[in-house]
Design a protein around this ligand. Structure first.
Ligand SMILES: C[S@@+](CC[C@H](N)C(=O)[O-])C[C@H]1O[C@@H](n2cnc3c(N)ncnc32)[C@H](O)[C@@H]1O
Length: 293
């Protein structure tokens, strides 16, 4: 399948019915966090009020092109939680969950307060009732004081502590895109596992996923594999080229199927996970047994 569209430019110029007439069902919002990081085409050190006004404009415009009951997942640093909630509320969204993503990496140490160990993701919908919400079941790691694994997993909650952030260094593994000199291509590349969870939770096959701050295009890479349509907007031309290349190549490290067995006890998994696309389901007999297909 080839159901994606990549737009080069400032997302605020494209978030309208004229530019995106088909509308969207799910938006992943992972903007630069305004913490003076190095970006080629973006000033990551805007005055606070200007930055949050821009985020409100984005949330409002996305709301306008979203189907009734469609979803937004707005990711930010924990210190900005109140602004995320305000942005969503003031632009018409109905909050469903404030997800805590505890990123499996070391906490950021602080001298006069507690070390920081999570990021927030505001999950909200257009109207109180989501048009799609798939109750995923996962296998969380067994807590140290527990002896037995649960037989058939547990329903996903609003604390996500089983997805590792792609930090620099070898922990980022094969999934982190690198330049020839070994440096990360984009330091804010989101993990496949994160987008997989979001897209599986809030869309059906054939729905449209939007990422207005596409970066390396992780949302498009996952949407494509799951049989969803996708639109990515990215202001930096190098990143746009990177997204096109990533989608054309679809490296093994981007294969979402490696997470299939983590969701195996989700009741409607076969209905929501399109497997006959870029990668195929594991074919060896032992693997099939492992995946319990
Ligand atoms: C935090 S990164 C997103 C990373 C992405 N989730 C991924 O998986 O790679 C934010 C991206 O937004 C882009 N950006 C900044 N301002 C933008 C704008 N006004 N319109 C579109 N893209 C923008 C930056 O160039 C950067 O690549």
């Amino acid at each position: 399948m080839n159901n994606y569209k990549i737009i080069h430019g400032d997302c605020l110029k494209y978030l309208s019915r004229e530019k995106i007439p088909q509308g969207v069902d799910l938006t992943f919002l992972d903007p630069p966090f305004n913490q003076d990081k190095e970006y080629n085409s973006w000033n990551d050190n805007l005055p606070e009020d200007k930055y949050w006004q821009m985020m409100k404009d984005v949330c409002k415009d996305v709301f306008g092109i979203t189907s009734n009951g469609g979803a937004i997942y707005f990711m930010q640093r924990e210190k900005n939680t109140e602004f995320v909630l305000e942005c969503l509320r003031e632009t018409g969204w109905s909050l469903q969950n404030l997800i805590i993503w505890k990123k499996k990496t070391s906490a950021v140490p602080c001298t006069n307060k507690l070390g920081k160990h999570y990021q927030v993701i505001g999950f909200a919908t257009k109207g109180n009732r989501p048009r799609v919400f798939n109750r995923l079941r996962i296998f969380p790691p067994l807590p140290p004081n527990y002896k037995y694994e649960r037989e058939n997993g547990v329903y996903l909650t609003d604390v996500w502590d089983d997805i590792r952030e792609l930090t620099s260094g070898y922990f980022a593994g094969d999934e982190a895109i690198r330049k020839e000199n070994g440096e990360r291509f984009h330091k804010q590349q989101s993990p496949i596992a994160l987008l997989l969870r979001i897209i599986l939770s809030s869309t059906k096959i054939g729905d449209t996923v939007l990422d207005p701050f596409a970066g390396t295009g992780t949302a498009l890479v996952v949407a494509e594999q799951l049989g969803r349509k996708s639109i990515g907007i990215e202001i930096d031309l190098d990143n746009v080229r990177g997204i096109k290349h990533r989608l054309a190549e679809m490296s093994g490290a981007d294969n979402a199927l490696r997470f299939y067995k983590e969701y195996i006890y989700t009741e409607n998994l076969k209905e929501i996970w399109y497997v006959d696309s870029v990668f195929s389901v594991p074919k060896k007999k032992e693997e099939l047994k492992l995946f319990k297909l």
